[in-house]
Ligand binder design. Structure first.
Ligand code: PMP
Length: 441
């Protein structure tokens, strides 16, 4: 078997052969605790009967019908359920097949909204340096991860990138958290004034940053200021909850904890929990109305939008999250995991920061806790942790991110919401083995 790529390891990876609850098994029978759901995907764990039966039932009835001709019961039911539980003002749902499709659609919807409104001069997007919004050209342009963008420069859109809200590295010693939140948000206003607010259509951000910096939550008040600035200058707020949404942070949507509602909200990963590829873009009634009253048609679309089988999976997943009280469980188990991490790594010489919300937690590795100096990138600490954890039977999501030229090593943890107390203990033990093993190399 040598024809499949990507390969993330030099040697042939093991074959994933089965999954049950919080564990995955390879073809040799080795067991792995899935502490990151791959990349924050498997929120219900593996082998969930209700979800599997919902998918099978839908396949027996109808696998696919094209949205050019039909809507479907699962798509309608999923959209209703999402809107019933969505932040205020969001009342339309566009179902896609993953996170990049959701953010890409959001960028195009924002643009079309202003064209329909008769403000065609608004075409600029503002986003943040330490962020990931996906790998398609628009989404990659919005993201600020230098490593992912590097070789595609000539293909990317001209997006403005402001500093992220990143207390551990960017808050001054003599600055309070809210004061910093305000200063970080002010960067948006400064950029708006620099480029001319009348040229800007939207600001896009992840409420809790995932794939570039390991579960970085916003400073208190940050998103309230951001919302206010967006409203003052008439630009849209697009929140990307592809990773942090669907209960993972201890509320169904992460932005609930910041007391803000976006104009456009992107979700994926936990929406399908890995059972089907699905994502969604939710938008406000006013955006939808502008399009409906204008050309009447969102000028976008992929063959598999509104896919009935994927929507049936999404509906079963969201129902499970809500009906089984998994959002609350996520908050509770998140507190326990965080306490266990603080207990084990709180004084660790090379763990500079432990952060996050709910079961979306991150550790930042540093060579010196006092100066917060990162490790020499040549040491590839994050990659070594991933590999040592995998050897020890633990799947976690280590990553390297760059901010202001400094490379940082982070580990993201995003286990299934059903994680038991004993498995939290197993996770922390194995993570310690992996971190200490990687540092000793
Ligand atoms: N946005 C965020 C915040 C993400 O974390 C990701 C994936 N890591 C994406 C978008 C892209 O999603 P996908 O990989 O499903 O295209």
């Amino acid at each position: 078997m040598t024809h499949v790529f990507p390969r993330h390891t030099a040697k042939q990876p093991p074959i994933a052969a089965g999954g049950e609850g919080c564990y995955l098994f390879d073809a040799d029978g080795k067991r792995y605790l899935d502490a990151s759901g791959g990349a924050a995907v498997s929120c219900l764990g593996h082998g969930d009967r209700e979800v599997i039966d919902a998918i099978k039932g839908q396949l027996d009835r109808l696998a696919f019908a094209h949205t050019g001709f039909f809507t479907s019961e699962p798509a309608e039911k999923l959209a209703d359920l999402l809107i019933e539980n969505a932040p205020e003002g969001l009342d339309r749902v566009y179902l896609v097949s993953g996170g990049s499709e959701a953010t890409e659609a959001a960028i195009k919807l924002a643009r079309q909204y202003f064209v329909e409104k008769g403000e065609p001069g608004r075409g600029r997007l503002i986003a943040r340096r330490q962020s990931y919004h996906g790998n398609t050209i628009g989404a990659l342009s919005a993201g600020g991860n230098e490593w992912r963008r590097r070789q595609f420069g000539p293909l990317l859109l001209d997006v403005s990138h402001i500093d992220p809200c990143y207390e551990y590295r960017l808050r001054a010693d003599d600055e309070g958290p809210e004061e910093y939140g305000r200063r970080a948000a002010d960067a948006l206003e400064e950029e708006l004034l620099r480029v001319g607010p009348e040229t800007v259509m939207a600001f896009m951000a992840e409420p809790v940053v995932g794939a570039t910096a390991g579960a970085v939550p916003p400073a208190p008040g940050y998103f309230k200021w951001i919302r206010e600035i967006c409203d003052t200058y008439g630009i849209l707020l697009i929140l990307d909850e592809v990773m942090c949404g669907m209960g993972r942070t201890g509320t169904l949507f992460a932005c609930e904890q910041d007391g803000v509602a976006p104009d456009i909200l992107c979700i994926a990963k936990g929406l399908g929990a890995g059972y089907q590829p699905i994502g969604a873009m939710l938008c406000s009634g006013r955006i939808y109305a502008a399009i409906e009253e204008g050309s009447g048609f969102f000028q976008h679309g992929h063959t598999y939008i509104g896919h009935p089988t994927a929507a049936a999976a999404g509906h079963a997943v969201v129902s499970a999250i809500l009906n089984r009280g998994l959002v609350g469980r996520c908050a509770e188990q998140g507190d326990k995991l965080r306490a266990a991490l603080e207990d084990r790594f709180g004084q660790h010489a090379h763990v500079g920061d432990i952060r996050g919300r709910g079961l979306f937690l991150g550790l930042e590795l540093v060579s010196d806790r006092g100066t917060k100096a990162p490790f020499d990138p040549e040491r590839r600490i994050a990659a070594r942790i991933k590999s040592a954890a995998f050897d020890a039977g633990l799947i976690c999501y280590p990553m390297s991110g760059t901010i202001d030229g400094k490379l940082g090593d982070h580990v993201l943890l995003a286990p299934p919401f059903i994680i038991e107390d004993a498995q939290i203990g197993e996770l922390v033990d194995k993570l310690e083995t992996a971190i200490d093993g990687a540092l000793a190399e």
